[in-house]
Design a protein around this ligand. Structure first.
Ligand SMILES: O=C(O)CCC(=O)C(=O)O
Length: 287
């Protein structure tokens, strides 16, 4: 398999696979290993039906239907990320054209599904990039005193805080009311390699268990600023037909706002990555 670095950062491009073809178990294992070492994998010029996208994604773990049923595509495991609307003005997918600040998917759940695949279907003329921050690299670069300070701490993750950043209406608010706060350790360990990683989500975290709000907010701001420094960030410049796979167990991602009059459509799957093979945060409900 041809795996090469995607520019200067940690991500990799795999250039010799046709993802619509059935892949062998060996190829899937190689992709899984590459995902573990690189965090973000890019497959260029892929043309996939929703079923093919789901079949490929489903080789890595059980496919998740996320909380947001209003983002659903035709296949039950595929959602649309888009600012486009149907003929009656109803959005055809989620997340609109607004900025999405640094976040990690499903961190507000006790057992987040951490694998994510995005397929670029409609690329606007001035595409926004999607940025990924590598929390394993950020952990390794922390000084020993900070590592020790945070090693046994748990953060508080709240869907309502995340929801407040969306420019969308009622359904998100209803889901927020049904989603209790969750505590997750700030540091996770890879079950295979033993590597450690930070686990953060600036858009969703409201505090640290057992710490005053002021002290928690100072520490979380410091950790988030550290983790999203340029040296830990891969900026993905989208091309038509790109398929990008990443691991939310140790990555944050974000994108800027873009021109709402431009059409942008991605299709997405979410994968329940097996916890014996990948770094999967385990949390508990707080309220
Ligand atoms: O639209 C993008 O570039 C990123 C979408 C995103 O944040 C997500 O699918 O979780």
């Amino acid at each position: 398999m041809n795996i090469r670095p995607a520019g200067q950062a940690f991500a990799a491009v795999i250039s010799d696979l046709e993802l619509w073809q059935p892949l062998t178990d060996h190829q899937i294992a190689e992709i899984r290993d590459a995902l573990k070492s690189h965090g973000v994998l890019v497959f260029r010029r892929q043309s996939l039906s929703e079923e093919e996208l789901a079949d490929f994604s489903g080789r890595f773990g059980e496919l998740e239907q996320i909380v947001r049923t209003d983002w659903a595509a035709n296949h039950p495991a595929v959602i649309r990320i888009s600012n486009m609307q149907d003929a009656t003005g109803v959005p055809i997918g989620g997340l609109g054209s607004n900025e999405l600040d640094w976040h990690t998917d499903q961190s507000y759940m006790t057992n987040p599904a951490t694998g994510a695949v995005l397929q670029m279907v409609e690329l606007p003329p001035n595409p926004v990039d999607t940025m990924f921050a590598n929390l394993k690299l950020a952990w390794s670069a922390l000084d020993a005193a900070t590592q020790q300070e945070i090693e046994n701490l748990s953060g508080v993750f709240q869907y309502a805080k995340r929801q407040a950043t969306y420019k969308e209406g009622k359904l998100a608010a209803t889901i927020a009311n049904q989603t209790p706060d969750v505590a997750h350790p700030l540091v996770n360990i890879d079950p295979v390699t033993g590597e450690k990683s930070l686990y953060l989500d600036p858009t969703t975290m409201t505090g640290i268990v057992g710490m005053s709000d002021t002290a928690a907010s100072t520490l979380l701001d410091r950790l988030s600023a550290h983790a999203t420094a340029d040296e830990f960030v891969y900026r993905h410049r989208w091309q038509s037909g790109d398929v990008v796979m990443w691991d939310n167990g140790f990555l944050l991602h974000r994108r800027d706002e873009f021109d709402a009059s431009m059409c942008r459509l991605l299709k997405r799957t979410t994968i329940r990555m097996p916890a014996d093979l990948h770094m999967v945060p385990t949390g508990n409900t707080l309220s």
